[in-house]
Design a binder for this molecule. Structure first.
Ligand code: SF4
Length: 630
Protein backbone atom coordinates (compact mmCIF):
# COMPACT_ATOMS: atom_id res chain seq x y z
CA UNK A 1 0.00 0.00 0.00
CA UNK A 2 1.43 3.43 -0.92
CA UNK A 3 2.05 5.90 1.89
CA UNK A 4 1.51 9.59 1.25
CA UNK A 5 0.08 9.21 -2.23
CA UNK A 6 -3.02 7.63 -3.75
CA UNK A 7 -1.42 6.01 -6.78
CA UNK A 8 -4.18 7.35 -9.05
CA UNK A 9 -3.90 10.00 -11.74
CA UNK A 10 -7.14 11.07 -13.35
CA UNK A 11 -7.10 11.79 -17.11
CA UNK A 12 -9.99 13.67 -18.65
CA UNK A 13 -10.68 14.32 -22.33
CA UNK A 14 -13.28 17.06 -22.48
CA UNK A 15 -13.75 16.83 -26.25
CA UNK A 16 -14.74 13.19 -25.91
CA UNK A 17 -16.41 13.62 -22.49
CA UNK A 18 -14.37 10.67 -21.24
CA UNK A 19 -12.06 9.95 -18.36
CA UNK A 20 -9.74 7.17 -17.28
CA UNK A 21 -7.46 6.47 -14.35
CA UNK A 22 -3.74 5.78 -14.59
CA UNK A 23 -1.82 3.94 -11.85
CA UNK A 24 1.79 4.84 -12.58
CA UNK A 25 3.48 2.86 -9.77
CA UNK A 26 6.01 3.72 -7.09
CA UNK A 27 8.98 4.32 -9.42
CA UNK A 28 7.10 7.14 -11.15
CA UNK A 29 6.23 8.80 -7.85
CA UNK A 30 9.77 8.41 -6.52
CA UNK A 31 11.14 10.05 -9.66
CA UNK A 32 8.66 12.91 -10.12
CA UNK A 33 6.98 13.27 -6.70
CA UNK A 34 4.40 15.91 -7.60
CA UNK A 35 3.65 19.56 -8.46
CA UNK A 36 5.59 21.08 -11.33
CA UNK A 37 7.51 17.87 -11.85
CA UNK A 38 4.39 15.82 -12.61
CA UNK A 39 2.96 18.72 -14.64
CA UNK A 40 6.08 18.96 -16.79
CA UNK A 41 6.18 15.19 -17.25
CA UNK A 42 2.80 15.23 -18.99
CA UNK A 43 3.49 18.45 -20.89
CA UNK A 44 6.68 17.00 -22.32
CA UNK A 45 5.33 13.50 -22.96
CA UNK A 46 1.92 14.31 -24.34
CA UNK A 47 1.98 17.81 -25.82
CA UNK A 48 3.48 18.36 -29.28
CA UNK A 49 5.99 21.23 -29.62
CA UNK A 50 4.44 24.57 -30.61
CA UNK A 51 0.95 23.54 -29.55
CA UNK A 52 -1.53 26.43 -29.73
CA UNK A 53 -2.30 27.67 -26.22
CA UNK A 54 -6.08 27.70 -26.64
CA UNK A 55 -6.26 24.50 -28.68
CA UNK A 56 -7.64 21.18 -27.41
CA UNK A 57 -4.06 19.83 -27.41
CA UNK A 58 -2.84 22.15 -24.67
CA UNK A 59 -2.79 20.06 -21.49
CA UNK A 60 -3.91 21.47 -18.16
CA UNK A 61 -2.56 19.60 -15.16
CA UNK A 62 -3.52 19.96 -11.50
CA UNK A 63 -0.92 18.15 -9.39
CA UNK A 64 -0.51 17.65 -5.64
CA UNK A 65 2.42 15.60 -4.33
CA UNK A 66 3.28 12.50 -2.36
CA UNK A 67 3.26 14.52 0.88
CA UNK A 68 0.28 16.87 0.43
CA UNK A 69 -2.80 16.05 2.49
CA UNK A 70 -1.05 14.61 5.54
CA UNK A 71 -1.45 16.42 8.86
CA UNK A 72 2.07 17.87 8.56
CA UNK A 73 2.06 21.68 8.80
CA UNK A 74 2.28 24.00 5.79
CA UNK A 75 2.39 21.21 3.19
CA UNK A 76 -0.86 21.87 1.40
CA UNK A 77 -0.15 23.34 -2.01
CA UNK A 78 -0.89 22.12 -5.52
CA UNK A 79 0.43 23.22 -8.89
CA UNK A 80 -1.38 23.95 -12.12
CA UNK A 81 0.66 23.60 -15.31
CA UNK A 82 -0.11 24.23 -18.99
CA UNK A 83 1.39 26.17 -21.84
CA UNK A 84 0.83 29.81 -20.86
CA UNK A 85 -0.93 32.41 -23.03
CA UNK A 86 1.13 35.17 -21.44
CA UNK A 87 4.58 33.65 -22.01
CA UNK A 88 3.91 31.08 -24.76
CA UNK A 89 6.15 28.85 -22.63
CA UNK A 90 5.89 26.51 -19.69
CA UNK A 91 3.15 27.89 -17.46
CA UNK A 92 3.00 27.12 -13.78
CA UNK A 93 1.22 28.46 -10.73
CA UNK A 94 0.95 27.16 -7.17
CA UNK A 95 -1.87 27.72 -4.68
CA UNK A 96 -2.43 26.88 -1.04
CA UNK A 97 -5.86 26.73 0.53
CA UNK A 98 -7.73 23.44 0.85
CA UNK A 99 -8.29 22.08 -2.63
CA UNK A 100 -5.05 20.06 -2.98
CA UNK A 101 -5.47 18.05 0.24
CA UNK A 102 -9.14 17.42 -0.62
CA UNK A 103 -8.24 16.05 -4.07
CA UNK A 104 -5.98 13.53 -2.31
CA UNK A 105 -8.77 12.61 0.09
CA UNK A 106 -11.00 12.12 -2.94
CA UNK A 107 -8.52 9.54 -4.20
CA UNK A 108 -6.32 11.30 -6.78
CA UNK A 109 -2.81 12.74 -6.84
CA UNK A 110 -3.30 14.71 -10.05
CA UNK A 111 -5.80 15.54 -12.79
CA UNK A 112 -4.64 15.78 -16.42
CA UNK A 113 -7.07 17.54 -18.74
CA UNK A 114 -7.12 17.62 -22.54
CA UNK A 115 -9.64 18.68 -25.15
CA UNK A 116 -12.36 21.31 -25.19
CA UNK A 117 -15.92 20.70 -24.03
CA UNK A 118 -18.69 21.63 -26.41
CA UNK A 119 -20.53 23.52 -23.67
CA UNK A 120 -19.36 24.71 -20.23
CA UNK A 121 -18.83 21.86 -17.78
CA UNK A 122 -17.45 21.23 -14.33
CA UNK A 123 -15.76 18.13 -12.95
CA UNK A 124 -17.19 16.55 -9.84
CA UNK A 125 -14.81 14.19 -8.05
CA UNK A 126 -15.89 12.41 -4.88
CA UNK A 127 -14.21 9.42 -3.26
CA UNK A 128 -12.89 7.98 -6.50
CA UNK A 129 -16.08 8.73 -8.50
CA UNK A 130 -15.86 11.18 -11.40
CA UNK A 131 -18.59 13.05 -13.27
CA UNK A 132 -18.43 15.62 -16.03
CA UNK A 133 -21.39 17.89 -15.28
CA UNK A 134 -23.14 20.72 -17.10
CA UNK A 135 -21.97 24.21 -16.05
CA UNK A 136 -23.94 26.31 -18.49
CA UNK A 137 -25.82 27.95 -15.61
CA UNK A 138 -22.52 28.92 -13.91
CA UNK A 139 -20.86 30.48 -16.95
CA UNK A 140 -20.54 34.23 -16.55
CA UNK A 141 -20.87 34.09 -12.77
CA UNK A 142 -18.35 35.54 -10.33
CA UNK A 143 -16.43 33.29 -7.99
CA UNK A 144 -18.55 33.85 -4.86
CA UNK A 145 -21.81 33.23 -6.68
CA UNK A 146 -20.40 30.12 -8.36
CA UNK A 147 -19.23 28.75 -5.03
CA UNK A 148 -22.64 29.34 -3.46
CA UNK A 149 -24.48 27.75 -6.38
CA UNK A 150 -22.22 24.71 -6.44
CA UNK A 151 -22.53 24.14 -2.69
CA UNK A 152 -26.29 24.31 -3.00
CA UNK A 153 -26.41 22.10 -6.07
CA UNK A 154 -24.11 19.48 -4.54
CA UNK A 155 -25.98 19.82 -1.24
CA UNK A 156 -22.65 19.93 0.55
CA UNK A 157 -21.04 22.97 2.17
CA UNK A 158 -17.73 21.13 2.50
CA UNK A 159 -16.93 20.63 -1.18
CA UNK A 160 -13.70 22.32 -2.26
CA UNK A 161 -13.80 24.16 -5.56
CA UNK A 162 -11.02 25.21 -7.92
CA UNK A 163 -12.69 27.53 -10.39
CA UNK A 164 -12.28 30.27 -12.94
CA UNK A 165 -14.21 33.54 -13.03
CA UNK A 166 -15.31 35.69 -15.96
CA UNK A 167 -11.64 36.58 -16.68
CA UNK A 168 -10.81 32.96 -17.48
CA UNK A 169 -14.01 32.52 -19.47
CA UNK A 170 -13.18 35.62 -21.52
CA UNK A 171 -9.60 34.43 -22.11
CA UNK A 172 -7.87 37.30 -20.34
CA UNK A 173 -4.20 36.34 -20.73
CA UNK A 174 -3.54 36.76 -17.02
CA UNK A 175 -6.66 35.05 -15.63
CA UNK A 176 -6.29 32.98 -12.47
CA UNK A 177 -7.69 29.80 -11.01
CA UNK A 178 -8.89 30.16 -7.42
CA UNK A 179 -9.93 27.84 -4.60
CA UNK A 180 -11.95 28.87 -1.56
CA UNK A 181 -12.31 32.39 -3.07
CA UNK A 182 -8.89 33.69 -2.06
CA UNK A 183 -6.22 31.07 -2.74
CA UNK A 184 -4.95 31.68 -6.25
CA UNK A 185 -3.02 29.86 -8.87
CA UNK A 186 -1.96 33.32 -9.99
CA UNK A 187 0.36 34.41 -12.77
CA UNK A 188 0.81 32.88 -16.22
CA UNK A 189 -2.87 33.09 -17.22
CA UNK A 190 -3.72 29.46 -16.59
CA UNK A 191 -7.31 30.47 -15.84
CA UNK A 192 -7.60 31.39 -19.52
CA UNK A 193 -6.42 27.90 -20.53
CA UNK A 194 -9.11 26.45 -18.27
CA UNK A 195 -11.63 28.87 -19.80
CA UNK A 196 -10.61 27.86 -23.32
CA UNK A 197 -11.47 24.28 -22.37
CA UNK A 198 -14.90 25.46 -21.18
CA UNK A 199 -14.09 24.01 -17.79
CA UNK A 200 -15.64 26.23 -15.13
CA UNK A 201 -14.59 24.34 -12.03
CA UNK A 202 -13.24 21.18 -10.46
CA UNK A 203 -15.21 20.23 -7.36
CA UNK A 204 -13.58 17.75 -4.99
CA UNK A 205 -14.75 15.97 -1.88
CA UNK A 206 -13.16 13.04 -0.10
CA UNK A 207 -13.42 11.04 3.07
CA UNK A 208 -10.21 9.00 2.88
CA UNK A 209 -7.37 10.30 4.99
CA UNK A 210 -3.87 10.02 3.55
CA UNK A 211 -1.98 7.07 5.01
CA UNK A 212 1.21 8.18 6.75
CA UNK A 213 3.96 5.62 7.29
CA UNK A 214 4.89 6.93 10.76
CA UNK A 215 1.90 8.99 11.93
CA UNK A 216 3.35 9.34 15.43
CA UNK A 217 6.45 11.01 14.04
CA UNK A 218 4.38 13.37 11.88
CA UNK A 219 2.37 14.35 14.97
CA UNK A 220 5.49 14.88 17.07
CA UNK A 221 7.21 17.19 14.55
CA UNK A 222 3.97 19.05 13.83
CA UNK A 223 3.60 19.77 17.55
CA UNK A 224 7.18 21.00 17.77
CA UNK A 225 6.84 23.39 14.82
CA UNK A 226 3.43 24.66 15.93
CA UNK A 227 4.76 25.44 19.42
CA UNK A 228 7.45 27.66 17.89
CA UNK A 229 5.24 29.72 15.53
CA UNK A 230 4.88 32.68 17.90
CA UNK A 231 8.48 32.43 19.13
CA UNK A 232 10.15 32.55 15.74
CA UNK A 233 10.17 36.24 14.65
CA UNK A 234 9.66 35.36 10.98
CA UNK A 235 6.54 33.24 11.44
CA UNK A 236 5.24 35.56 14.17
CA UNK A 237 5.50 38.56 11.80
CA UNK A 238 3.78 36.60 9.06
CA UNK A 239 0.92 35.82 11.43
CA UNK A 240 0.65 39.36 12.79
CA UNK A 241 1.23 41.38 9.62
CA UNK A 242 1.20 38.98 6.66
CA UNK A 243 3.26 40.06 3.68
CA UNK A 244 1.82 43.58 4.06
CA UNK A 245 4.77 44.41 6.35
CA UNK A 246 7.07 44.37 3.31
CA UNK A 247 5.60 47.70 2.23
CA UNK A 248 7.12 49.49 5.21
CA UNK A 249 10.59 48.21 4.37
CA UNK A 250 10.17 49.23 0.71
CA UNK A 251 8.97 52.76 1.40
CA UNK A 252 11.55 53.46 4.09
CA UNK A 253 14.41 52.08 2.01
CA UNK A 254 13.25 54.13 -0.99
CA UNK A 255 12.46 51.41 -3.54
CA UNK A 256 8.66 51.31 -3.53
CA UNK A 257 7.54 50.65 -7.14
CA UNK A 258 5.60 53.78 -8.04
CA UNK A 259 3.80 55.05 -11.17
CA UNK A 260 4.79 52.17 -13.43
CA UNK A 261 8.36 52.06 -12.05
CA UNK A 262 9.02 55.61 -13.27
CA UNK A 263 9.54 56.52 -9.63
CA UNK A 264 10.63 54.71 -6.49
CA UNK A 265 9.31 57.19 -4.00
CA UNK A 266 5.58 57.57 -3.35
CA UNK A 267 4.79 60.81 -1.54
CA UNK A 268 1.56 59.38 -0.09
CA UNK A 269 3.04 56.08 1.03
CA UNK A 270 2.26 56.68 4.70
CA UNK A 271 -1.40 56.23 3.87
CA UNK A 272 -0.73 52.62 2.87
CA UNK A 273 1.64 51.58 5.65
CA UNK A 274 1.13 48.24 7.39
CA UNK A 275 -0.21 50.13 10.40
CA UNK A 276 -2.80 52.01 8.32
CA UNK A 277 -3.74 48.79 6.57
CA UNK A 278 -4.44 47.04 9.84
CA UNK A 279 -6.28 50.03 11.27
CA UNK A 280 -8.37 50.69 8.22
CA UNK A 281 -9.14 47.59 6.16
CA UNK A 282 -7.95 44.50 8.07
CA UNK A 283 -10.81 42.20 9.05
CA UNK A 284 -9.05 39.01 10.16
CA UNK A 285 -6.42 36.42 9.29
CA UNK A 286 -7.05 33.72 6.74
CA UNK A 287 -5.28 30.40 6.58
CA UNK A 288 -4.69 27.20 4.62
CA UNK A 289 -5.09 23.49 5.41
CA UNK A 290 -2.98 22.42 8.42
CA UNK A 291 -1.30 25.77 8.90
CA UNK A 292 -0.75 27.29 12.35
CA UNK A 293 0.73 30.51 10.87
CA UNK A 294 -2.39 31.86 9.12
CA UNK A 295 -0.60 34.63 7.21
CA UNK A 296 -3.46 35.55 4.84
CA UNK A 297 -5.27 38.90 5.15
CA UNK A 298 -9.02 39.27 4.74
CA UNK A 299 -10.18 42.83 4.13
CA UNK A 300 -13.20 45.00 4.94
CA UNK A 301 -14.06 48.66 4.41
CA UNK A 302 -15.97 51.32 6.33
CA UNK A 303 -17.09 52.67 2.97
CA UNK A 304 -20.21 50.52 2.56
CA UNK A 305 -20.76 51.77 -0.98
CA UNK A 306 -17.69 49.75 -2.03
CA UNK A 307 -19.30 46.51 -0.78
CA UNK A 308 -16.07 44.85 0.34
CA UNK A 309 -16.63 41.23 1.33
CA UNK A 310 -13.85 39.65 3.47
CA UNK A 311 -14.74 36.24 2.04
CA UNK A 312 -13.06 37.39 -1.18
CA UNK A 313 -9.74 37.96 0.59
CA UNK A 314 -7.70 41.10 0.99
CA UNK A 315 -4.68 42.64 -0.71
CA UNK A 316 -1.32 41.10 0.19
CA UNK A 317 1.92 43.02 -0.47
CA UNK A 318 1.99 42.39 -4.23
CA UNK A 319 -1.63 43.44 -4.79
CA UNK A 320 -1.38 46.37 -2.42
CA UNK A 321 1.49 47.87 -4.43
CA UNK A 322 0.48 46.88 -7.96
CA UNK A 323 -3.07 48.25 -7.55
CA UNK A 324 -1.84 51.10 -5.32
CA UNK A 325 1.36 53.17 -5.74
CA UNK A 326 2.16 51.55 -9.06
CA UNK A 327 -0.99 53.26 -10.38
CA UNK A 328 -0.40 56.30 -8.16
CA UNK A 329 -3.28 55.31 -5.84
CA UNK A 330 -3.07 55.73 -2.05
CA UNK A 331 -6.67 55.11 -0.98
CA UNK A 332 -6.72 51.79 0.90
CA UNK A 333 -10.47 51.31 0.48
CA UNK A 334 -10.13 51.62 -3.29
CA UNK A 335 -7.12 49.32 -3.36
CA UNK A 336 -9.15 46.76 -1.40
CA UNK A 337 -11.99 47.21 -3.87
CA UNK A 338 -9.70 46.79 -6.89
CA UNK A 339 -8.28 43.67 -5.26
CA UNK A 340 -11.77 42.33 -4.62
CA UNK A 341 -12.82 42.90 -8.24
CA UNK A 342 -9.75 40.97 -9.39
CA UNK A 343 -10.59 38.19 -6.96
CA UNK A 344 -14.23 37.87 -7.89
CA UNK A 345 -13.30 37.80 -11.59
CA UNK A 346 -10.26 35.58 -10.81
CA UNK A 347 -7.53 37.57 -12.48
CA UNK A 348 -3.91 38.17 -11.49
CA UNK A 349 -3.46 41.37 -9.49
CA UNK A 350 0.20 41.85 -10.43
CA UNK A 351 -0.34 41.68 -14.19
CA UNK A 352 -3.58 43.65 -13.83
CA UNK A 353 -1.91 46.47 -11.86
CA UNK A 354 1.11 46.47 -14.16
CA UNK A 355 -0.99 46.57 -17.31
CA UNK A 356 -3.13 49.43 -15.99
CA UNK A 357 -0.03 51.33 -14.80
CA UNK A 358 1.51 50.83 -18.24
CA UNK A 359 -1.64 52.25 -19.88
CA UNK A 360 -1.58 55.18 -17.46
CA UNK A 361 1.98 56.01 -18.36
CA UNK A 362 1.17 55.79 -22.08
CA UNK A 363 -1.72 58.20 -21.42
CA UNK A 364 0.46 60.62 -19.48
CA UNK A 365 2.99 60.54 -22.33
CA UNK A 366 0.33 61.14 -24.98
CA UNK A 367 0.63 57.68 -26.55
CA UNK A 368 -2.97 56.95 -25.59
CA UNK A 369 -5.72 59.58 -25.63
CA UNK A 370 -9.27 59.87 -24.41
CA UNK A 371 -10.48 58.60 -27.75
CA UNK A 372 -8.50 55.39 -27.10
CA UNK A 373 -9.70 55.02 -23.53
CA UNK A 374 -13.36 55.64 -24.24
CA UNK A 375 -13.27 58.95 -22.40
CA UNK A 376 -11.52 57.70 -19.26
CA UNK A 377 -8.98 60.08 -17.77
CA UNK A 378 -6.13 57.65 -17.26
CA UNK A 379 -3.86 59.89 -15.23
CA UNK A 380 -1.86 58.25 -12.44
CA UNK A 381 -3.77 58.42 -9.18
CA UNK A 382 -7.25 58.14 -10.70
CA UNK A 383 -8.57 55.44 -8.39
CA UNK A 384 -11.96 55.20 -10.11
CA UNK A 385 -10.24 54.66 -13.46
CA UNK A 386 -8.46 51.62 -12.00
CA UNK A 387 -11.81 50.07 -11.09
CA UNK A 388 -13.25 50.94 -14.50
CA UNK A 389 -10.31 49.43 -16.35
CA UNK A 390 -10.49 46.19 -14.39
CA UNK A 391 -14.11 45.79 -15.54
CA UNK A 392 -13.21 46.67 -19.12
CA UNK A 393 -10.28 44.25 -19.21
CA UNK A 394 -12.25 41.35 -17.77
CA UNK A 395 -15.18 41.93 -20.11
CA UNK A 396 -12.99 42.93 -23.06
CA UNK A 397 -14.75 46.22 -23.63
CA UNK A 398 -13.16 49.08 -25.55
CA UNK A 399 -9.51 49.45 -24.68
CA UNK A 400 -9.93 46.56 -22.23
CA UNK A 401 -9.85 44.08 -25.12
CA UNK A 402 -6.34 45.19 -26.03
CA UNK A 403 -5.12 45.36 -22.44
CA UNK A 404 -6.47 41.90 -21.66
CA UNK A 405 -3.47 40.47 -23.57
CA UNK A 406 -1.04 42.01 -21.08
CA UNK A 407 1.30 44.98 -21.34
CA UNK A 408 3.80 43.52 -23.83
CA UNK A 409 1.22 42.66 -26.47
CA UNK A 410 -0.61 45.95 -25.89
CA UNK A 411 2.61 47.81 -26.50
CA UNK A 412 3.24 45.89 -29.71
CA UNK A 413 -0.15 47.15 -30.81
CA UNK A 414 0.27 50.76 -29.70
CA UNK A 415 3.81 50.90 -31.09
CA UNK A 416 5.46 54.32 -30.99
CA UNK A 417 7.52 54.73 -27.84
CA UNK A 418 5.39 52.54 -25.60
CA UNK A 419 7.81 49.56 -25.42
CA UNK A 420 10.01 51.41 -22.96
CA UNK A 421 7.13 51.50 -20.46
CA UNK A 422 6.71 47.71 -20.47
CA UNK A 423 8.50 45.89 -17.66
CA UNK A 424 8.30 42.15 -18.21
CA UNK A 425 10.29 38.94 -18.54
CA UNK A 426 9.18 36.36 -21.13
CA UNK A 427 5.94 38.33 -21.51
CA UNK A 428 5.01 38.28 -17.83
CA UNK A 429 4.92 41.56 -15.91
CA UNK A 430 7.47 41.90 -13.09
CA UNK A 431 6.30 41.65 -9.46
CA UNK A 432 6.76 44.40 -6.88
CA UNK A 433 10.31 43.62 -5.71
CA UNK A 434 13.08 45.73 -7.20
CA UNK A 435 16.13 43.72 -8.39
CA UNK A 436 18.30 46.82 -7.95
CA UNK A 437 18.18 46.24 -4.20
CA UNK A 438 18.14 42.42 -4.42
CA UNK A 439 20.15 41.22 -7.40
CA UNK A 440 19.43 37.55 -6.69
CA UNK A 441 15.74 38.27 -7.20
CA UNK A 442 16.73 39.83 -10.54
CA UNK A 443 18.59 36.67 -11.52
CA UNK A 444 15.50 34.65 -10.71
CA UNK A 445 13.20 37.02 -12.63
CA UNK A 446 15.45 36.61 -15.65
CA UNK A 447 15.95 32.85 -15.38
CA UNK A 448 12.47 31.82 -14.34
CA UNK A 449 11.00 29.45 -16.91
CA UNK A 450 7.58 30.99 -16.50
CA UNK A 451 8.48 34.68 -16.60
CA UNK A 452 9.27 37.12 -13.82
CA UNK A 453 8.17 35.72 -10.48
CA UNK A 454 9.10 36.75 -6.96
CA UNK A 455 8.37 33.28 -5.59
CA UNK A 456 11.03 31.52 -7.64
CA UNK A 457 13.56 31.64 -4.79
CA UNK A 458 14.05 33.10 -1.33
CA UNK A 459 15.17 36.73 -1.39
CA UNK A 460 18.72 38.06 -0.90
CA UNK A 461 17.82 39.75 2.39
CA UNK A 462 17.70 36.42 4.24
CA UNK A 463 21.39 35.79 3.54
CA UNK A 464 23.22 39.01 4.35
CA UNK A 465 23.90 38.34 8.01
CA UNK A 466 25.99 35.41 9.29
CA UNK A 467 23.71 35.15 12.34
CA UNK A 468 20.47 35.07 10.34
CA UNK A 469 18.03 32.17 10.54
CA UNK A 470 18.50 31.64 6.79
CA UNK A 471 22.25 31.21 7.02
CA UNK A 472 22.17 29.24 10.24
CA UNK A 473 19.61 26.78 8.95
CA UNK A 474 20.67 26.22 5.33
CA UNK A 475 24.31 25.30 5.96
CA UNK A 476 23.38 21.70 5.15
CA UNK A 477 22.72 22.81 1.57
CA UNK A 478 26.21 24.31 1.37
CA UNK A 479 25.05 27.88 2.04
CA UNK A 480 27.80 29.05 4.37
CA UNK A 481 28.58 32.69 3.67
CA UNK A 482 26.71 35.97 3.84
CA UNK A 483 26.45 37.79 0.49
CA UNK A 484 25.65 41.50 -0.02
CA UNK A 485 22.21 42.25 -1.45
CA UNK A 486 23.64 44.05 -4.48
CA UNK A 487 26.50 41.60 -5.18
CA UNK A 488 26.23 40.05 -8.65
CA UNK A 489 29.40 37.95 -8.65
CA UNK A 490 29.98 34.18 -8.41
CA UNK A 491 28.96 33.97 -4.74
CA UNK A 492 25.54 35.44 -5.48
CA UNK A 493 25.09 33.21 -8.54
CA UNK A 494 26.01 30.13 -6.48
CA UNK A 495 23.69 31.14 -3.65
CA UNK A 496 20.76 31.56 -6.01
CA UNK A 497 21.41 28.30 -7.78
CA UNK A 498 20.96 26.57 -4.42
CA UNK A 499 17.92 28.67 -3.52
CA UNK A 500 16.32 27.96 -6.88
CA UNK A 501 16.79 24.25 -6.20
CA UNK A 502 15.25 24.58 -2.75
CA UNK A 503 12.22 26.60 -3.83
CA UNK A 504 11.60 24.51 -6.94
CA UNK A 505 11.60 21.56 -4.54
CA UNK A 506 8.99 23.28 -2.39
CA UNK A 507 6.90 23.74 -5.54
CA UNK A 508 7.20 20.04 -6.35
CA UNK A 509 6.28 18.93 -2.84
CA UNK A 510 3.53 21.50 -2.21
CA UNK A 511 5.46 22.98 0.72
CA UNK A 512 4.59 26.59 1.57
CA UNK A 513 7.59 28.93 1.22
CA UNK A 514 6.22 30.86 4.20
CA UNK A 515 6.33 27.78 6.39
CA UNK A 516 9.96 26.71 6.26
CA UNK A 517 13.53 27.97 6.27
CA UNK A 518 14.74 30.54 5.29
CA UNK A 519 11.45 32.47 5.25
CA UNK A 520 9.87 30.89 8.31
CA UNK A 521 9.74 28.59 11.29
CA UNK A 522 10.13 24.98 10.06
CA UNK A 523 13.71 23.73 9.66
CA UNK A 524 15.05 21.68 6.78
CA UNK A 525 15.79 18.80 9.16
CA UNK A 526 12.16 18.79 10.27
CA UNK A 527 10.98 18.91 6.67
CA UNK A 528 13.15 15.92 5.76
CA UNK A 529 11.90 13.99 8.78
CA UNK A 530 8.31 14.77 7.82
CA UNK A 531 8.87 13.59 4.25
CA UNK A 532 10.38 10.34 5.53
CA UNK A 533 7.64 9.83 8.10
CA UNK A 534 4.86 10.40 5.56
CA UNK A 535 6.26 8.32 2.70
CA UNK A 536 8.34 5.73 4.57
CA UNK A 537 11.03 6.30 1.91
CA UNK A 538 14.66 6.65 3.06
CA UNK A 539 14.99 10.05 1.47
CA UNK A 540 18.17 12.16 1.52
CA UNK A 541 18.77 15.81 0.62
CA UNK A 542 20.87 14.58 -2.30
CA UNK A 543 17.81 12.85 -3.75
CA UNK A 544 15.63 15.90 -3.15
CA UNK A 545 18.08 18.30 -4.78
CA UNK A 546 18.36 16.02 -7.81
CA UNK A 547 14.56 15.86 -7.98
CA UNK A 548 14.44 19.63 -8.07
CA UNK A 549 17.23 19.88 -10.63
CA UNK A 550 15.33 17.38 -12.78
CA UNK A 551 12.28 19.66 -12.80
CA UNK A 552 14.36 22.73 -13.73
CA UNK A 553 15.90 20.83 -16.64
CA UNK A 554 12.49 19.61 -17.77
CA UNK A 555 11.14 23.17 -17.78
CA UNK A 556 14.19 24.43 -19.65
CA UNK A 557 13.85 21.68 -22.25
CA UNK A 558 10.15 22.47 -22.71
CA UNK A 559 10.90 26.13 -23.35
CA UNK A 560 13.73 25.42 -25.77
CA UNK A 561 11.34 23.16 -27.66
CA UNK A 562 8.91 26.09 -27.84
CA UNK A 563 11.59 28.32 -29.38
CA UNK A 564 12.72 30.36 -26.36
CA UNK A 565 16.40 31.30 -26.35
CA UNK A 566 18.98 32.78 -23.98
CA UNK A 567 17.81 36.20 -25.18
CA UNK A 568 14.70 35.76 -23.04
CA UNK A 569 16.77 35.33 -19.85
CA UNK A 570 17.02 39.06 -19.28
CA UNK A 571 15.67 41.91 -17.20
CA UNK A 572 13.67 45.00 -18.20
CA UNK A 573 15.85 48.02 -19.00
CA UNK A 574 14.51 49.99 -16.05
CA UNK A 575 16.64 47.91 -13.68
CA UNK A 576 19.83 48.84 -15.52
CA UNK A 577 19.14 52.51 -14.78
CA UNK A 578 19.63 54.43 -11.51
CA UNK A 579 16.79 55.19 -9.13
CA UNK A 580 15.19 58.59 -9.60
CA UNK A 581 14.20 60.55 -6.49
CA UNK A 582 14.00 59.62 -2.83
CA UNK A 583 16.92 58.47 -0.74
CA UNK A 584 18.30 56.18 -3.46
CA UNK A 585 18.35 58.93 -6.10
CA UNK A 586 21.17 58.49 -8.62
CA UNK A 587 22.19 55.02 -7.40
CA UNK A 588 21.28 51.40 -7.87
CA UNK A 589 21.65 50.60 -11.60
CA UNK A 590 22.59 46.95 -12.12
CA UNK A 591 25.70 46.64 -14.29
CA UNK A 592 24.33 45.09 -17.49
CA UNK A 593 27.54 43.38 -18.53
CA UNK A 594 28.05 41.88 -15.08
CA UNK A 595 24.46 40.69 -15.10
CA UNK A 596 24.97 38.97 -18.46
CA UNK A 597 28.11 37.31 -17.10
CA UNK A 598 26.17 36.15 -14.06
CA UNK A 599 23.55 34.50 -16.29
CA UNK A 600 26.27 32.67 -18.24
CA UNK A 601 27.90 31.55 -15.01
CA UNK A 602 24.60 30.18 -13.82
CA UNK A 603 24.22 28.20 -17.06
CA UNK A 604 27.63 26.68 -16.38
CA UNK A 605 26.70 25.85 -12.80
CA UNK A 606 23.62 24.03 -14.11
CA UNK A 607 25.68 21.98 -16.56
CA UNK A 608 24.18 23.87 -19.53
CA UNK A 609 25.91 25.28 -22.55
CA UNK A 610 27.30 28.61 -21.36
CA UNK A 611 26.17 30.68 -24.36
CA UNK A 612 22.66 29.39 -24.94
CA UNK A 613 21.68 27.71 -21.69
CA UNK A 614 20.83 24.40 -23.35
CA UNK A 615 20.98 21.40 -20.98
CA UNK A 616 23.81 19.05 -21.98
CA UNK A 617 23.18 15.44 -22.93
CA UNK A 618 25.21 14.43 -19.88
CA UNK A 619 23.08 16.50 -17.52
CA UNK A 620 19.82 15.12 -18.88
CA UNK A 621 21.15 11.57 -18.71
CA UNK A 622 22.43 12.06 -15.15
CA UNK A 623 18.94 13.16 -14.08
CA UNK A 624 17.24 10.18 -15.71
CA UNK A 625 15.86 12.37 -18.48
CA UNK A 626 17.39 10.49 -21.40
CA UNK A 627 13.94 10.56 -22.99
CA UNK A 628 14.40 14.32 -23.41
CA UNK A 629 17.73 14.22 -25.21
CA UNK A 630 17.14 16.18 -28.41
S1 SF4 B 1 1.91 30.42 5.82
FE1 SF4 B 1 0.23 31.51 4.82
S2 SF4 B 1 0.29 30.85 2.65
FE2 SF4 B 1 1.55 29.40 3.87
S3 SF4 B 1 0.20 27.71 4.37
FE3 SF4 B 1 0.08 29.19 6.06
S4 SF4 B 1 -1.63 30.57 5.59
FE4 SF4 B 1 -1.12 29.44 3.73
Amino acid sequence: MPYGYCGNILHVNLSEQKYWIENPGEKFYRKYWGGRSIGLYYMLKEMKPKTEVFSPENILIFATSVVVGSKAPMINRYTVCAKSPLTNAQGEAEAGGYWGPELKKAGFDAVVIKGIAEKPVYLFIKDGQVEIRNAQHLWGKGTLETQNLLREECDDSKIRIAQIGPAGENLVYFANIVNELHHFNGRNGLGAVMGSKKLKAIVVRGSNNIQEHFPEKVREITKKITARVMKNPLSRDLREQGTVAVIDGARKAGWLPTRNWSDNHFEESEKISAEEYHKKIFEKNGTCYACPIACKRLARSNDVSLKINPELGGPEYESLVSLGPLCGVSDLDYIAKANQLCNQYAVDTISMGMTIAFAMQCYEEGLLTKSDTGGINLKFGNKKAVLELIEKIVYQEGIGKLLSRGSLRTSENIGKQSKKFVHQVKGQEVPMHDPRVKTGVGLQYALSDYGADHMKAAHDTFFTDEESWGLQETAGLGILEAVEVTDIGPKKVGLFKKLDLLWSLFDILGVCDFGYVPRSVGTLEELLELIRAITGWKVTWYELMKLSERSINMARTFNIREGLTAKEDSLPEVFFRNFKGGILDGTGAIDKEKFKEAIKLRYQMMGWDSQNGIPSTGKLAELGLEWLIL
